[in-house]
Design a protein around this ligand. Sequence first.
Ligand code: RIB
Ligand code: CA
Length: 326
Amino acid sequence: MMMPRNVLMFADPGVDDAIALIYALLHPDINVVGIVSGYGNVEVEVTTRNIYAILNMLDMDVPVFGGANQPASDVYVEFYPEVHGVGGLGQFEPEGIGFQLTNFTDLYEVFDRYEGVAIVDVGRNTGLMLAYMLGKQKMEKATDCFLMGGAFLTPGNVTPAAEANFYGDPVASKFVFENIRSHVFPLDATEKALVTQEMIGYLAEWSPIERLRGPLQEMFTFYAEKYQEFVPGIQGAYIHDLLPLMYLTNPELFTMIEREIFIETSTGPARGASIADFRPNYGIAAAEAEEEHLRHKIAMDMDYEGFYYLFMNVFMNSVRTPYVHR
Ligand code: RIB
Ligand code: CA
């Protein structure tokens, strides 16, 4: 039997973050030990409220730490209410959510309380950078770091060159890749993570957690309608933020490649671009390079059939019947 993976999540819900967080909370082999909210898709006050709304819905109690409210790269912040809704959860508007924030630096306590904590960051990397800057020794107790972000051999989504998480705070993302060995899930793989109206429609009717049925449909429908504008003809929407979580229990679904990663921090059209060396002579070039850089594992592809069954199994609460990848 698999020991559950302890996970400290950084997230900015956001529809896909919300669905990913619900997935993590429902998965019997993932133990979410803390959640750090952050600005990103919407303001940090709203993402924090949304995290509490999700915990409430699932009747779960996980410590929530208030994270960054703006990037290190700029003094202004760009939000995306047109993609995620003004309240960040599409048409789902949680009501009467009261909460008390736990201080950011209290997040270090999870490393004293739990053995083998992995970091999963599915938002802008500001909070993660700050956590390392302020408490490196504690953060180095993390076993692994899994990030959603970047676009390597595919166009960006927020600009032609950049994906939204790395575009949002390139200085923070650069810091992360210079200091923390990571597994990265860029658009190259996450644009395979298609969740369809049929999948959500099924869960909206049959989810064993009745309180989840309406909100899932309300969140997803709004997001999927917006997706039609970005990817005409798409039959649903990409739930990018699921992938690092899926890797935790099912790495066999992914094709990974190991590379150094560079993030463009200049302003202008290349801001937030993620660069790795995909030239055919990479091995030779890397061996001859004068400077040593950290190498990271990058997901370049994902098995869609496996993704589909894993997603449906976890949401239907049947993953306990061991998931078999055919
Ligand atoms: O580019 C996809 C990422 O940007 C996801 O994390 C999503 O939540 C958005 O912020
Ligand atoms: Ca996100």
